[in-house]
Ligand binder design. Structure first.
Ligand code: PRT
Ligand code: ZN
Length: 212
């Protein structure tokens, strides 16, 4: 029998909770030791540990059948994959923020401005929908320092408690998208993979219900 291949984040904010969810579903597997791939001992599942940004591509190409990522990564990737379950953890939002001393007049503030982000696809779509012409400056990390060093007038980044914005002299002014961990799947799963996924989804839903 073939196995369902599940991609989860190797190390980061989603890792522990992804492992915990699979364990709560009754899956037993050796975890740790820096292995990149591991087999469940009691379920036809193989787990791949990857960078979260690579997961949409692997799922689209069917290298992994399913994956667990933030909705923000799903949306930014623009890959042809499907969300099959929202997982209710790692809740956050992608927001626009500006220096706190700005007297913010509303979204038109961003017209003609420069905004730093690691999420150019999501941000450009948002600006287009809101008829804002702005320059999107792509940087891969430490986005919060961009206004302070004169690189941008504002930023678009993940916010959860808001304390990072605060400590960098910024304030949140618009929510661009809300996010949480989601399970994504390849759009043309074979019958066997689909059957295993259905079993797993049934267990995930039971685990979620028990927590309500
Ligand atoms: O190495 P790899 O590429 O796999 O990981 P990564 O560094 O890209 O991602 P990681 O582990 O930081 O985050 C994984 C996912 O967790 C994100 O894609 C989000 O879906 C989700 N998540 C939830 C968050 C946060 N909360 C979060 N607070 N991702 C990032 N942050 C960062 C944010 O970028 C900002 O720097 O935390 C800071 C803001 O937090 P607050 O609490 O100060 O507002
Ligand atoms: Zn990443």
């Amino acid at each position: 029998m073939s196995k369902l291949k599940i991609a989860i984040q190797k190390s980061g904010r989603l890792s522990q909770k992804s492992v915990a969810l699979l364990e709560e579903c009754g899956l037993k597997f050796p975890n740790g030791g820096g292995k990149l791939i591991t087999e469940c001992t009691n379920f036809p599942v193989e787990i791949l540990f990857l960078r979260d940004d690579d997961i949409p591509q692997y799922v689209e190409q069917n290298v992994a059948h399913i994956g667990i990522i933030g909705e923000n990564v799903f949306l930014e990737s623009e890959k042809a994959i499907t969300i099959v379950e929202k997982l209710n953890f790692s809740v956050c939002r992608l927001s626009l923020a500006v220096p706190k001393e700005i007297d913010y007049p509303g979204i038109n503030f961003f017209k003609g401005k420069k905004v730093a982000t690691s999420y150019p696809n999501i941000l450009q779509k948002y600006f287009k929908e809101n008829r804002i012409e702005a320059t999107v400056e792509v940087i891969s990390g430490s986005v919060e320092i961009a206004p302070g060093i004169g690189l941008a007038d504002g930023i678009c980044d993940i916010v959860s408690s808001g304390s990072t914005l605060l400590s960098n002299g910024l304030k949140e002014v618009e929510t661009v998208v809300k996010s949480q961990a989601v399970m994504v799947a390849n759009q043309t799963l074979g019958e066997e993979a689909q059957q295993i996924l259905n079993k797993l989804l049934f267990r995930i839903r039971s685990v979620q219900k028990a927590k309500e």
